[in-house]
Design a protein around this ligand. Structure first.
Ligand SMILES: [Zn+2]
Length: 84
């Protein structure tokens, strides 16, 4: 047998611990070039502009957006499992 908790964690204590676990939506601003929503201080995922500059990098738009979505979903799933 492994180590076991000495006492039951009460609902109130569990709630207090989890009071900081809520996920927040990422901050969004509007691209001045195409008007689509974008993350502040990041290049636009749709038109690739940052301010008045066009930024082209090795990572494609689909690649970066997919990665961000998958990690966000993974953390959400982990939190959901933890709460059960
Ligand atoms: Zn744009």
């Amino acid at each position: 047998m492994g180590a076991l908790p000495k006492r039951k964690i009460s609902k109130a204590r569990k709630g207090r611990r989890r009071s900081h676990n809520a996920l927040t939506s990422p901050a969004m601003s509007v691209c001045p070039k195409c008007g689509k929503p974008k993350r502040p201080h990041f290049k636009c995922e749709y038109c690739g502009h940052y301010g008045s500059f066009k930024r082209e990098s090795t990572d494609t738009k689909a690649n970066t957006s997919e990665k961000k979505v998958s990690t966000a979903q993974a953390t959400k799933k982990a939190k959901a499992v933890e709460k059960k």
